[in-house]
Design a protein around this ligand. Structure first.
Ligand code: ZN
Length: 186
């Protein structure tokens, strides 16, 4: 394996890899499975609901997500708005976004202390490859659909600070600056 799995960590803005366009995963190898498992562990450690490969320093088109069910969202609704177990999407593509654009406050594991409103379609269909190497297609709504779209943005080098409403952008200006400052000191 060329990736040192144990050394993978969640990287923060303004890490360069967060701005790269990720490349397709050619084959679902043992290494890809090991990276996905590590990403799920890292996501769980910080109680996140999604994590994309560029956030751990790999410009691969892959993300993991796990949106727990609660009184507001279910994995058995139509379409589902939550998951019952972690899911892995490799080389994901979207289709049939709903025409609405719903604002909702998002955070990001790579942008600590930053939260802002992002408008996204409330429902979308993802087609991706699973860890078993097989393609699958699934439609989601609510937080699950939002999570997919947020993670997919990472594969394009796009962050919530690019998508936030103007008001949220202003509110987070100094937090973004301090992340940039912190990186300069490291
Ligand atoms: Zn994120």
């Amino acid at each position: 394996m060329s990736v040192d799995i144990a050394s993978l960590r969640i990287l923060h803005y303004p890490s360069k890899v967060l701005r790269e366009k990720a490349r397709p995963v050619e084959r679902v190898t043992e290494e890809v499975r090991a990276v996905a498992a590590r990403m799920i562990d890292l996501m769980n450690e910080v109680e996140g609901i999604g994590l994309a490969a560029p956030q751990v320093g790999l410009a691969w088109r892959m993300f993991v997500c796990d949106v727990p069910e609660n009184e507001d969202r279910s994995a058995s609704s139509d379409p589902p708005e939550a998951t019952t177990r972690p899911m892995v999407c490799i080389n994901p593509r979207f289709s049939e976004p709903s025409r609405d654009l719903v604002p909702f406050e998002e955070g990001c594991l790579s942008l600590p202390e930053i939260r802002g409103d992002v408008r996204r379609p409330s429902q979308i269909t993802v087609t991706a490859i699973g860890l078993d190497g097989e393609p699958f297609s699934l439609r989601a709504g609510g937080l699950l659909a939002r999570c997919w779209q947020h993670e997919h943005d990472h594969l394009e080098g796009v962050l919530i600070i690019d998508r936030m409403t103007q008001l949220s952008r202003m509110k987070n200006q100094s937090a973004v600056k301090s992340l940039e400052e912190r990186a300069r000191l490291l």
